[in-house]
Design a protein around this ligand. Structure first.
Ligand SMILES: C[S@@+](CC[C@H](N)C(=O)[O-])C[C@H]1O[C@@H](n2cnc3c(N)ncnc32)[C@H](O)[C@@H]1O
Length: 218
């Protein structure tokens, strides 16, 4: 996939895909968006220990790194599974500036991005990462997930990933009260989440985005 690195408004980098006219994060701040959408309105809402997290779109590994770092620091156990159809190259990981930012542990970021695909990898004693190189349309899992980061490209770009059918394939692996968080508040996305059995809420978004979605499994 042809993509290039850009710097967003908070100084953190992200990728831009010219062929899709899509960014991996908000141009108003990649780090700010990850912290707000996925940590603030995802991880910070779930107290379970150990916790099982599912991510749709590993991408740069920023969400994974921020999440695993916070859980490691608070001595919580985690199984973190992340699906990715178009992995970055090592050169792309190297070009991103996350390891120079406050709040990102350089050696943790390197071990996460360098972890093997399709195998469980122990990031810290109670922290397991499994990166799966595959199309999320084929998602199945024997596990239940307490928290889901739905971070695919936007619904206008990838409508086939934001369907009630896909949300249902996740929903059957989430127990009542568990959470799915995503940056999109598009009406169709919220309706499809509701059809898949979620109670859908809009909450304030990060800079540059009025609202985001937090969905709670009923
Ligand atoms: C908006 S980016 C977010 C990336 C990531 N969460 C991050 O922090 O960098 C969307 C990601 O979804 C991935 N993706 C797109 N279609 C996919 C599919 N069908 N299955 C799995 N991953 C997909 C893209 O390659 C990209 O890495």
């Amino acid at each position: 996939m042809n993509r290039r690195i850009i710097i967003t408004d908070d100084g953190s980098s992200t990728l831009y895909v010219p062929g899709l006219d899509e960014h991996y994060h908000s141009v108003h701040g990649a780090m700010r968006e990850s912290m707000h959408v996925f940590i603030g309105n995802g991880l910070n809402r779930v107290e379970k220990n150990p916790i099982a997290v599912l991510e749709v779109g590993f991408g740069t590994g920023l969400n994974a790194c921020l999440t695993l770092e916070m859980l490691k620091r608070s001595s919580r156990g985690v199984y973190y599974e992340s699906w990715e159809k178009y992995p970055l190259t090592n050169a792309e990981y190297e070009e991103l500036n996350y390891t120079s930012l406050d709040g990102v542990d350089e050696s943790l970021y390197r071990s996460i991005t360098g972890a093997p695909w399709n195998h469980e990898f122990r990031v810290y004693p109670d922290g397991i990462l499994k990166k799966i190189e595959a199309d999320f349309l084929n998602f199945t899992s024997p596990r239940y997930f307490d928290l889901v980061y739905f971070d695919a490209f936007g619904p206008d770009c990838q409508p086939d990933l934001w369907t009630a059918e896909v949300f249902n394939s996740i929903g059957i692996r989430q127990l009542p009260g568990s959470i799915l968080t995503t940056y999109s508040v598009k009406g169709l996305v919220r309706r499809n989440l509701a059809e898949a059995g979620y109670q859908v809420e809009k909450v304030p978004g990060p800079k540059g985005k009025r609202e985001i979605t937090v969905a709670i499994k009923k």
